[in-house]
Design a protein around this ligand. Structure first.
Ligand code: FAD
Length: 497
């Protein structure tokens, strides 16, 4: 929504008059915020760096009145264009990035604080951390992690970010501020307008909004709610309606987490922290077929792994080429690897190191000797081994983009998830579809939670690719939905989907 030069100046002056933070509408700044880590671009008209909640309320009210869209931004590392837009961008990483309070097992933070920074502070001072890591990206901000509620590589250990949330303060589009506490759930009261006003005076705005949300959810059939919950461990499509109503109480924190900033602006949050993990045992299993690796997942999951990642041959080869230390570790003829870290007990009561090693020994015996799925396995227990192990996971997310050949991996199905029991069938169907269109693909993912990343390998110089890709997308999506899966499991919905 381009503005005239006069309109631009008025907007800038209006905003500067309203807030203590910075307002930038110049071309260079607009261009800086026109991209994120996705393939999309959208040029905003103005960028605002708020200093406090009052600034945010003022900008929200101004934008609502002028009918200008608001877009929220932490570090801008999203992959589906969630932080992009043509309106006003609110950036929290300049001024609203402080640690407000530290308790024995919680922290209160501002939204622009980076997860990495928080964990470095409380890791050193308290030997604790905020567990969930949405992506394998060190610069993700905590406001965005909550707003996206992505599962990430540590889902099996820590679950979703929303499970670590204690309270949340949000600013709505009309400037209303809600303070929501997970331990003080709201029971919406019934009544006409005058009762509602009395309740608002007595209990605050939170009750009014909880009532409205409860009313909307009551109109949904239980089937619709169940559908939104389905059997998936991770699903980022739509709002998490099924987790908002609990015993006729309303938990609005679950509505705002995962809403990608479409419902409100997080201005502070109180989060649970957990003890630093005492990592005691992991293993890398190598397979001659990707299907053997998928079969092995069913042997791994009953042992409650902390992490279970699938890496395919292309990525393994690139990792070997990238760092010579991996040459003796990764067999050249491996088609796939499973990287498994075993859970060291509960978060607060770590399992004894001996028990962890026994479980690992049992797992290697099961996968390699008894079921003969894997032809080679390496145990990980020293600090150096863990660093190498972590780098395979980190690199396998990043490395594929470095293929400099005519044939390129295209991130078409980057964020699929299916119920874990259906992975084998779905991958078989995907390979048949790719074969039908004469394509191959690279495949990896957080496989322990049913997440798959499929990059078809394509000659991008071919002009007639688009219709083929369009039918491939339709066929793949149909297969995923048929198996009860989702095409938006954790990287967000954004503008892309
Ligand atoms: C190589 C790579 C791998 C990745 N892997 C994963 C992965 O495995 N899993 C995964 O989930 N993600 C992954 N990501 C995506 C991304 O890094 C993370 O999702 C990260 O949490 C985004 O943080 P950010 O601060 O950059 O968010 P931004 O991009 O700045 O914003 C993201 C979203 O948060 C909303 N938002 C920001 N601040 C607020 C606020 N204060 N209130 C309300 N809403 C707000 C925005 O509206 C937007 O919708 C990956 C990214 C890369 C580059």
């Amino acid at each position: 929504m381009p503005l005239t030069a006069a309109g631009q100046t008025r907007l800038r002056e209006d905003l500067r008059g309203l807030i203590k933070g910075d307002v930038r509408c110049g071309e260079v700044t607009q261009q800086l915020y026109a991209t994120d880590a996705s393939i999309l671009q959208a040029r905003p008209i103005c960028i605002v760096y708020p200093r406090n909640t009052d600034d945010i309320i003022a900008v929200a009210q101004y934008a609502a009145e002028a009918e200008i869209p608001l877009h929220l931004r932490g570090a801008g590392t999203s992959l589906t264009g969630e932080s992009l837009g043509e309106g006003i961008i609110l950036v929290f990483s300049r001024y609203m990035r402080r640690l407000l309070r530290t308790g024995d097992d919680f922290v209160r933070i501002q939204p622009g604080m980076l997860r990495r920074r928080l964990n470095s502070i409380i890791g050193q001072s308290q030997k604790r951390l905020f567990g969930p890591l949405a992506g394998n990206v060190s610069s993700a901000s905590l406001g965005s992690i909550l707003a996206r509620n992505g599962a990430g590589i540590h889902y099996l250990r820590y679950g979703l970010p929303s499970e670590h949330l204690l309270s949340l303060t949000v600013v709505l589009a009309n400037g209303d501020v809600l303070t929501l506490d997970r331990n003080a759930l709201i029971q919406p009261l019934q009544g006409d307008g005058s009762v509602a006003l009395a309740q608002e005076i007595a209990y605050g705005k939170e009750y009014i909004y909880a009532g409205k949300v409860a009313q909307i959810l009551e109109n949904r059939t239980s089937n619709q709610l169940l559908e939104s919950a389905n059997q998936l461990a991770v699903n980022r499509a739509g709002y998490a309606e099924h987790s908002i109503l609990r015993d006729s109480h309303v938990d609005l924190t679950q509505l705002f987490t995962g809403s990608e900033g479409t419902l409100g602006i997080i201005v502070d949050a109180t989060l649970k922290t957990v003890s630093l993990p005492n990592r005691k045992g992991a293993a890398a299993f190598f397979f001659r077929s990707i299907f053997s690796a998928l079969e092995a997942v069913s042997a791994v999951l009953p042992l409650r792994p902390a992490l279970c990642e699938l890496v395919d041959r292309r990525r393994l080869t690139m990792i070997r080429d990238w760092d010579s230390r991996y040459r003796p570790l990764i067999p050249q003829d491996a088609e796939a690897a499973l990287l498994v870290e075993l859970n060291s007990g509960t978060l607060e009561e770590p399992l004894d190191a001996g028990d962890c090693q026994n479980n690992l020994k049992h797992l290697i015996d099961l996968i390699q000797t008894k079921r003969q799925l894997s032809f080679h396995a390496i145990r990980v227990h020293t600090e150096r081994d863990f660093q190498l192990f972590d780098q395979i996971i980190r690199r396998s997310e990043l490395i594929l983009g470095r293929m400099h050949q005519t044939i390129q991996p295209i991130p078409l199905f980057d964020d699929i998830a299916v119920p874990v029991g259906a992975i084998h069938t779905v991958v078989g169907d995907l390979f048949s579809l790719l074969q039908k269109h004469n394509m191959t693909a690279s495949l990896s993912g957080h496989i322990g939670q049913g997440h798959l990343r499929v990059h078809p390998l394509l000659d991008t110089s071919q002009p007639d690719m688009i219709p083929t890709l369009a039918s491939l997308v339709e066929e793949v999506y149909a297969t995923i939905w048929q198996q009860g899966g989702t095409i938006s499991s954790e990287w967000g919905t954004g503008l892309l989907k």
